[in-house]
Design a protein around this ligand. Structure first.
Ligand SMILES: *[C@@H]1O[C@H](CO)[C@@H](O)[C@H](O)[C@H]1NC(C)=O
Ligand SMILES: *[C@@H]1O[C@H](CO)[C@@H](O)[C@H](O)[C@H]1NC(C)=O
Ligand SMILES: *[C@@H]1O[C@H](CO)[C@@H](O)[C@H](O)[C@H]1NC(C)=O
Length: 508
């Protein structure tokens, strides 16, 4: 191309340059991520390492535990009448939403109980009365209870209110906090005795740190961080056909060493170590913001306190999250191992709106680009009801973007009764089609950021697992950015890629 004036010449050069950039950004890189997630390390998940919770005192009652109480005298369940905003009754025959009380833990002895409509159980007359209501939107002293267990494992409890007296089911329709007898025999005639059942537990970072409390949690978590993932894991990864790790982190890492309570400092030093080891063994790193402030999906792996989703509801919380990304990008942009930043993991529809993720992804993308021109920026598709291409309008206009999809043959009914072959066919047919749908010539790259060779098939043999893993590797190998197995280490064998490799189930 010949140009008459110098200015036009420069303009043309930059145009060509830009076209080259743009086409490079859109072309699938020849390098494909073959990654493993380091799940359960810097963001706690109890099912990955249950022993982490062993030392917590009174661990039946952790934040987010859903309790149901059956009065031994009425034989009926305690309920928040209308699900909240009214009185507490003891007249319900079967437990469901209104009969469920979600724990907020203050310490091993003091608890607050949140009802279906999110109010807290408390005493009337500003805590001076003996009537029991569920009207307070934020809990105070009169919404605080001690749950006294019968000293055996019978699941019998009494609930002592802030006035020092026990709750009692006087009648089915009258629950009061005025039972004084401290010397109960725990018999079926004592109206202050309830049998409790646990309907759900959460075992995430909030639960483990708040469960141990401010004195023990730092010690327990630091021990976990320095022993659960170590340098030799990076050696193992580099020697077994993997080239990348996806590291889930929580938002509190950005305020290390003194994060807001109950979180404890030290996870940042662990992440620093990961970068050292990654450099040494030639492994790339994807930083994945797995737990965003307020929780983006209500699950334990986003550090939800009680199952609620608060993330994305205000501009403030989005700004706070962008600041976390800014912090991480600025800290690690110069590291040769930094390959990508995933802005948030699994925001859940409809609790998190498309509007909120779009706004956040744009601002989060800009935050990464302020520090790095080359790191890929990964947008996790929402889970729940959504269109899998809903992020395309935004992602297609930005270079170096990736859409993350998670494929598990689990968690929904459609997989309940599938045979070995049906599971494999589902991968070959349905997953292929789903992946094709999000893999486009001019759109973002695609990443299967979580998958596992586990299913609902009972009594599957080693050979079955091998075939299932192989089918997934083949299909997910077509993702233009790559894939990541969930997870490196897990007490559940098939969820541990280390175990799967060492035992010959998966070969890369
Ligand atoms: C339980 O008691 C409340 C309060 O008197 C009443 O409004 C409600 O209808 C009762 N529910 C049942 C299932 O009996
Ligand atoms: C799976 O099988 C069980 C037992 O036969 C049956 O009750 C259930 O409805 C089946 N689930 C689905 C989704 O087909
Ligand atoms: C999987 O794909 C096949 C073929 O397109 C289709 O018939 C089947 O309904 C799909 N299965 C599910 C569970 O979506």
């Amino acid at each position: 191309m010949f140009c008459s004036s110098k200015n036009t010449w420069l303009l043309s050069i930059s145009l060509i340059f830009c076209m080259v950039c743009a086409s490079n950004a859109r072309e699938a890189p020849s390098f494909r991520v073959k990654a493993v997630n380091l799940g359960g390390w810097l963001v706690t998940e109890g099912w990955i390492k249950p022993s982490l919770f062993d030392g917590i005192p009174n661990k039946d009652f952790l934040d987010g535990t859903q309790l149901q109480f059956k009065s031994v005298t009425t034989g009926k369940y305690l309920a928040a009448e209308l699900g909240g905003g009214s009185i507490i009754v003891a007249n319900r025959t079967s437990p469901s939403g209104w009969e469920t009380f979600t724990v907020w833990r203050l310490n091993e002895k003091a608890f607050q109980l949140r009802v279906f409509q999110k109010q807290f159980v408390g005493l009337d007359s500003n805590g001076k009365g003996k009537g029991v209501l569920a009207v307070a939107n934020s809990p105070g002293v009169s919404e605080t209870f001690e749950i006294v267990k019968k000293p055996d494992d019978s699941k019998r409890v009494r609930i002592r209110a802030a006035n020092g007296l026990f709750l009692q089911a006087k009648t089915e329709e009258l629950v009061t906090a005025d039972y004084a007898d401290g010397n109960t025999k725990w018999g079926d005639d004592d109206p202050s005795v309830f049998v409790f059942a646990i309907a759900r537990k959460l075992e995430g970072e909030f639960q483990v740190t708040n469960g141990y409390g401010p004195l023990k949690a730092p010690q327990v978590m630091r021990e976990h961080w320095k022993s659960f993932i170590v340098e030799s894991d990076f050696k193992f990864i580099s020697e077994n056909g993997l080239n990348t790790v996806r590291i889930p982190v929580g938002w509190w890492i950005a305020s290390d060493p003194v994060p807001p309570k109950p979180y404890v400092g030290g996870s940042l030093a662990a992440l620093d170590n990961a970068f050292l080891w990654a450099k040494k063994y030639g492994v790339k790193i994807i930083i994945d913001l797995h737990a965003a402030p307020g929780s983006q999906n209500g699950w334990e792996h986003s550090a939800s306190r009680d199952g609620s989703i608060e993330w994305g509801k205000t501009d403030e919380i989005i700004k706070q999250t962008v600041a976390v990304i800014d912090f991480l990008a600025s800290r690690y942009a110069k590291e040769p191992s930094l390959y990508a930043v995933e802005l948030i993991n699994e925001p859940l529809s409809p609790g998190v709106s498309l509007d909120a993720v779009n706004k956040y992804y744009k601002a989060g993308y800009d935050a990464v680009r302020r520090h790095s021109a080359t790191a890929f920026v990964i947008f996790s598709n929402r889970l729940g009801p959504m269109d899998p291409t809903e992020l395309f309008p935004l992602a297609s206009g930005l270079s170096g973007t990736v859409i993350d999809v998670h494929y598990y043959n689990l968690f929904t009914e459609e997989f309940d009764n599938l045979t070995v072959q049906q599971n494999i066919d589902f991968v070959n047919t349905n997953r292929s089609a789903q992946l094709n749908l999000v893999t486009t010539a001019n759109g973002p790259l695609t990443f299967v950021g979580e998958w596992v060779a586990e299913w609902n098939v009972k009594d599957a043999t080693k050979e079955h697992y091998q075939r299932f893993a192989k089918a997934q590797l083949e299909v997910y190998g077509r993702a233009t950015f790559g894939w990541a197995y969930w997870t490196l280490r897990n007490v559940n064998q098939h969820w541990s890629l280390e175990w799967m490799i060492k035992n010959g189930y998966i070969k890369l």
